[in-house]
Each structure stands twice: as structure tokens, then as C-alpha cells.
Design a protein around this ligand. Structure first.
Ligand code: ADP
Ligand code: MG
Length: 251
């Protein structure tokens, strides 16, 4: 049995201007410990699909099962990281942010702090435990968000363009760090991006979606050995293949 089963999931937004399809009959299965990227043009429904998997939006149709259990709302088996730096609580330190989910779970202060410190170490921020978000760079804030999502040890990590707002150099660092975190934690990851190089760097498989209304177009396996070299011929070939699937011609 696959870890995550997405079966014919559709969502229609009801807006004052009429009905808008968010995602159209998406079907996918994701294996345990797999790193799956979803790529597609802006507005195709990537965030909608991720929010449905997270349990933040109920689908209009279809079903999602995680470890055999139907998803009906948010649960702590899923950690979520968004693009927006503002996802952290500004009034809490880095440590306080990471400890948040553990607090909700009713875990005592000492255990909470030691777990949160371990997670901060995993994202190489152990020295910044007492810093507030506004004193941290964008990349550091996203690392705190990753540590927070991992703190209560969810089986699944859901990420929606977490590095899209970072400059290119920081983004490269973050991708390397995330690849390391994934290797160490072996979470099942669903990672949304519109950046094909990012998908080739990170993914075991890449789902390509059609333009709006988003459907699953193809699935491209990336079998390159890790760590991957973004300048290798094989890497660039995969990148070109994805761009072709997206209908973006390359020269
Ligand atoms: N809250 C909403 N209300 C109405 N329409 C929405 C809402 N969120 C997204 N949409 C529409 O659903 C489609 C998919 O959006 P989204 O999932 O955000 O795409 P992506 O993340 O791939 O850019 C788009 O046409 C978008 O305009
Ligand atoms: Mg989006």
C-alpha cells in the first residue's frame, strides 16, 4: 500500500464571480519516504492540491488516504511549510516557534525544549534558538519553519514553494540543506514548486500538472544519484525534459 493515495480529487471554489476549478480529478500515489515534487504553471492548482492533502480544504470530490486512513481535516501526521516568511509567530523565539506543536500536544517544558533544540540543530540553527523571527534572514526563517514542521515528528512533510521568495544563492543552500534533512529523517515529502531545477535536484519523482484547470499530466522519475550536480549533462537533460512537458521550449 502506498503511503499517500490521492484518488480523483477535485475542488471547485465558489466565488461571487462564479465557480473556479482549483484542481481537476488529480490521482497520485506516493510511497513511504519518497520525495515527490509537483510542478506546474502558476494558477494550475498546486497550492490547492497541497492544502487538500494538508486537510485545510475539503475536496469537492474524491478522496485522500494517508497510511490507509481517509483524510478529514488537519492532523499532526502532516507537517506543513509555506512560502510566506510570515508563517512564524513573530512574538516567539526560534525555539518557541519550533516548540509550538509540542506545546499543543501537551508535552512538558523540558522535553519540548530538548526536542526543539534537536530540530534547530538539524537545520543548523542551534545558535539562534533565542532569536526572534524579525532578527533572522528569510532563509533562516524558512529553516525555523521546517524545524517547526518536523518537531512533532510527522510522517509526512508538505511544502508549498518554501524557497521561492529567497535569492538564488540562498535557495541553493536551502535545497542542499533540505536534501540532507530528508536523508536523515526519511519523511515522505510532497514539495510544490514551479522551478524545474529545484524539482530535479530534490525529487525521486516529479508530477507535471497541466495549466489551469490543473490535471496531472505526467510523472517523471529522477533516478540521478545524490547529491546531484546541477551542472551535469544528465541533470540538464532532466530539466529540459520537464520544461518540454510544461510546454516551455528550450534552446
Ligand atoms: N481562495 C480561492 N478562491 C477562488 N479561487 C481560488 C482560490 N485559491 C485559488 N483559486 C484559483 O484556483 C486555481 C488554482 O490556484 P492555486 O492552487 O493557487 O494554483 P498554484 O498554486 O498552482 O499557483 C487558480 O485559478 C486560482 O485563481
Ligand atoms: Mg501556489
Amino acid at each position: 500500500m502506498a503511503h499517500i493515495e490521492i484518488r480523483d480529487v477535485s475542488l471547485v471554489y465558489d466565488t461571487p464571480a462564479g465557480r473556479v476549478t482549483g484542481v481537476d480529478k488529480a490521482s497520485l500515489s506516493i510511497e513511504q519516504s519518497e520525495f515527490l515534487c509537483i510542478v506546474g504553471p502558476s494558477g494550475c492548482g498546486k497550492s490547492t492540491l497541497l492544502n487538500i492533502i494538508a486537510g485545510f480544504l475539503p475536496p469537492t470530490d474524491g478522496e485522500i488516504r494517508i497510511a490507509g486512513k481517509a483524510v478529514s481535516g488537519y492532523g499532526q501526521d502532516r507537517g506543513v511549510v509555506f512560502q510566506d516568511f510570515a508563517q512564524l509567530f513573530p512574538w516567539r523565539t526560534a525555539l518557541g516557534n519550533v516548540a509550538f506543536g509540542l506545546e499543543m500536544k501537551g508535552i512538558g517544558k523540558d522535553e519540548r525544549e530538548s526536542t526543539a533544540r534537536k530540530q534547530l540543530a538539524l537545520v543548523k540553527l542551534e545558535k539562534f534558538a533565542d532569536a526572534y523571527p524579525h532578527h533572522l534572514s528569510g532563509g533562516m526563517q524558512q529553516r525555523v519553519a521546517i524545524a517547526r514542521a518536523l518537531a512533532y515528528n510527522p510522517a509526512v512533510l508538505l511544502m508549498d514553494e518554501p524557497f521561492a521568495a529567497l535569492d538564488a544563492l540562498t535557495r541553493d543552500d536551502m535545497q542542499r540543506l533540505l536534501a540532507d534533512v530528508w536523508r536523515e529523517t526519511r519523511k515522505t515529502v510532497i514539495y510544490v514548486t514551479h522551478n524545474v531545477a529545484e524539482a530535479v535536484y530534490l525529487a525521486d519523482r516529479v508530477v507535471v500538472m497541466t495549466p489551469h484547470p490543473g490535471r496531472v499530466k505526467t510523472m517523471v522519475p529522477i533516478t540521478l544519484p545524490r547529491p546531484r550536480d546541477p551542472l551535469s549533462v544528465e541533470f540538464l537533460d532532466h530539466q529540459k525534459q520537464l520544461l518540454r512537458e510544461l510546454g516551455q521550449e528550450t534552446h
